[in-house]
Design a protein around this ligand. Structure first.
Ligand code: GCW
Length: 721
């Protein structure tokens, strides 16, 4: 009797545990945008089932095996039944493979058409072959086939018709990269989603299945390279024991078309090579790097190359030896050139000596244009300062005629509410890409600089500082996944609109329910604007608390370097606010083409979203709206806060459309975001009011706490502290 009660108890406990673990993994976000849930619209499901009956894959490479597996898994999920793999073609066959492997493909797709797909692109075509309707997914290389398969699955995931397909798609950029800022101890700099997914301790022997899912996710959006380690680099990763671990990751990623890159600490020859110098013009140092490159390529034959942060924020570099960035970059470029490797040399530099941090990267790099080897790209952050909620484009874009420039965006939301605030970054990325540099006359957009078409550069690309960690859902905030997704999709095709990308991602990640899709898209498309308004409207920037970069501290002025303090950036005084970068100030505007300078230099015509980036403006200045600057500032801080409240309410309406887990997760984060928007608004306005001495315009709810209260808040546990 006692036993049977115990048994019953155990059984119940087991059942509960089973159910709860099933629930735990039900919708925890792990599957990202590759959920492959069965199509619920009966008519459409039937149409899909009638169109796809079998899978044929021509070829057996690891990449094609991955493609086959993805098609099988994806279709099994989406169509709710097994789609068998067959050698012979049937009515409804999906034929995947390169043209060179398939005579049938060659019969229907001409050489010219194949050429238009390029090295990594793909073609998807419905054809009638000997009375059978088949769909061909083809490319010039296996990786293109894999990309094509992911795209085909995306069509079903987003519920598009697959009855008459005629798609050609080729990437607009060559290098489509992620930069992880992951330390070897697994701490992720500016990472808000747990610790690093690279478990250096258990590598090379233990292969976490997550590595494979990571590769799948990246391949599905066209990412073709990842730099594994922090740009604040540790030379240890270049030692044999780590290279063996890196080689295992490279092996896992290779079938998915992903190359591995490493950050190279400039002083590595001293730290791990026991040399006395790291001078790039020293023969022994050059030989050390040449030997190191040889060793790396022995382990990883398709190693992508090095990413380097040098002479920036305390990192060592060529300037330590009186050399310049080109000397440093070229030494490394020569070391990897025999193996077709590249060097990505970051332009994120600023020093105390400069009168304006905005000008520093241009000042150091512009004179070096033409001095870099062909296998070097200079990697430039989108804006001149540092990943602020909104920045004008870096003046280096357009200024370097003879240098390949790589765009660096930050996916991780260091200055955008980290993993707590819902912010869809595609509109921010697009704003930069679409801006005209006028470098070669009208139409010289930033996008044309980085795709190499403006100056005919041999290399081009875009990278995103990753927001990925070991959190079960990868990115902390469920909507952080959208930013990873958007970076990849835009690197593949920067002409896609923010709306199109959001639409795809929502359908793949959450639901195809039209009212859910429409409402969520609205939320996403408003989110960046709202954040800019409640944090840094009208061109304000860098008002963040030191170190953690999370909450507001516009009053902060306690760091030894002026250009680390918020007061340096906003320059509020009794007259007004903003940084004068016109001729009467630091004249940073002179770094832009004359047409751009003209757009910004006149206080009355300057686009007001950048106003305080370029002008020190009187509190009483009349804005285009007719309000004074002070009133306008209040207007935007309140508007941003109202918009985020609106977003919260809209989200509440969506409860019945999606799973409880993710709904609640987002709901709770939004409630923090609303509180923090108010915090930003109140702290900033109360502080700026000590200069403007003007009351809040009528009708605004007064901050319920004092400025002293906001100043007294501190965040000892915030990441970054
Ligand atoms: O945004 C700043 C960050 C640093 C970072 C640096 C960089 C990796 O606060 O954490 O260091 O930029 O981009 O190098």
């Amino acid at each position: 009797m006692r036993y049977s009660i115990a048994n019953t108890k155990t059984t119940i406990l087991l059942l509960v545990l089973l159910m709860s673990s099933a629930r735990l993994y039900a919708e925890d976000g792990y599957d990202l945008w590759l959920r492959y849930k069965t199509v619920t619209d009966g008519k459409l499901l039937l149409a899909y089932r009638n169109t796809i009956s079998t899978i044929t894959v021509a070829g057996e490479s690891a990449t094609l095996l991955a493609a086959k597996e993805e098609l099988q898994n994806g279709l099994k999920g989406l169509l709710g039944k097994n789609i068998p793999v067959k050698n012979l073609l049937h009515n409804g066959s999906l034929l995947a493979g390169t043209a060179s492997q398939s005579a049938v493909t060659r019969q229907y797709i001409s050489k010219e058409e194949m050429a238009s797909a390029g090295g990594e692109g793909f073609i998807i075509r419905s054809v009638n072959h000997q009375g059978k309707n088949i769909i061909i997914i083809t490319a010039n290389n296996d990786i293109g086939v894999l990309y094509g398969c992911f795209h085909f699955l995306r069509l079903l995931q987003t519920r598009q018709s697959i009855s008459k397909l005629a798609i050609v798609s080729a990437p607009t950029l060559q290098l489509r990269l992620l930069n992880h800022w992951d330390n070897l101890d697994r701490y992720v700099e500016r990472g808000y989603a747990g610790i690093s997914i690279w478990n250096w301790h258990t590598l090379p022997d233990y292969i976490d299945p997550r590595y494979i899912d990571y590769a799948r996710a990246n391949a599905s959006i066209g990412i073709n390279g990842v730099s594994l380690t922090n740009v604040n680099a540790n030379a240890m990763v270049l030692t044999e024991s780590y290279l063996k671990k890196v080689a295992v990751l490279a092996n896992i990623f290779r079938p998915y078309g992903i190359k591995v890159y490493l950050t190279a600490r400039f002083s590595a020859p001293i730290e791990i090579g026991k040399l006395r110098t790291a001078d790039p013009l020293n023969d022994t140092v050059q030989k050390w790097w040449n030997d190191k490159a040889k060793e790396i390529y022995k382990w990883i034959p398709d190693f992508g190359g090095f990413l380097v942060k040098a002479n920036s924020e305390g990192q060592p570099g060529p300037q330590n030896y009186g050399r310049d960035h080109a000397d440093g970059a070229n030494m490394l470029a020569d070391a990897v050139a025999p193996y077709k490797g590249i060097v990505m040399w970051r332009a994120f530099v600023y020093s105390q000596q400069s009168d304006d941090r905005f000008k520093q990267a241009y000042a150091e790099f512009k004179p070096l244009d033409g001095k870099f080897r062909k296998n070097v790209l200079v990697q430039v952050k989108n804006g001149p300062i540092d990943f602020q909620p909104r920045e004008p484009f870096s003046p280096l874009f357009g200024a370097m005629e003879q240098t390949s420039l790589l765009m660096e965006f930050q996916i991780t939301q260091e200055y955008l509410g980290q993993a707590t605030h819902l912010v869809y970054e595609a509109p921010m990325f697009k704003e930069v890409l679409g801006t005209d540099t006028y470098a070669k006359g009208k139409g010289s957009t930033v996008a044309k600089v980085i795709d190499g078409s403006l100056y005919h550069n041999s290399l081009n690309g875009m990278t995103g500082v990753s927001n990925i960690g070991n959190d079960r859902n990868w990115t902390g905030h469920p909507f952080g996944q959208a930013n990873w997704y958007a970076l990849g999709r835009l690197a593949w095709d920067y002409n896609l609109s923010s709306e199109e990308i959001a639409d795809e991602w929502i359908r793949e990640t959450f639901s195809n329910d039209p009212s859910f899709v429409a409402a969520t898209k609205k939320i996403m498309l408003l989110s960046h604007k709202a954040l800019v308004n409640y944090m840094t409207p009208l061109g304000l920037n860098h008002l963040f608390g030191n170190g953690h970069h999370y909450g507001p501290a516009p009053w902060s002025n306690n760091l030894p370097r002026p250009d680390w303090n918020p007061v340096y950036f906003h320059k509020a005084d009794s007259f007004g606010i903003g940084f004068d970068r016109t001729v009467t100030g630091t004249n940073a505007l002179d770094q832009y083409a004359p047409e751009v300078r003209e757009q910004y230099e006149n206080l009355n015509t300057c686009d007001e979203k950048y106003l305080l980036w370029f002008h020190h403006v009187s509190w009483k200045h009349k804005m285009k709206s007719g309000r004074t600057l002070w009133d306008e500032l209040c207007y935007y801080y309140y508007k941003g806060t109202e918009d985020i409240k609106k977003i919260e309410q809209q989200w509440h309406q969506l409860e019945k459309h999606i799973d409880k887990e993710r709904f609640q997760h987002v709901r709770q984060l939004l409630s923090i975001q609303v509180k923090e928007a108010e915090w930003w608004r109140n702290a900033c306005l109360l502080y700026f009011q000590t200069f403007s001495k003007i009351p809040f315009p009528a009708g605004y709810e007064k901050p319920d706490k004092s400025l002293e209260y906001y100043k007294s808040l501190n965040f000892p546990y915030a990441p970054g502290n």
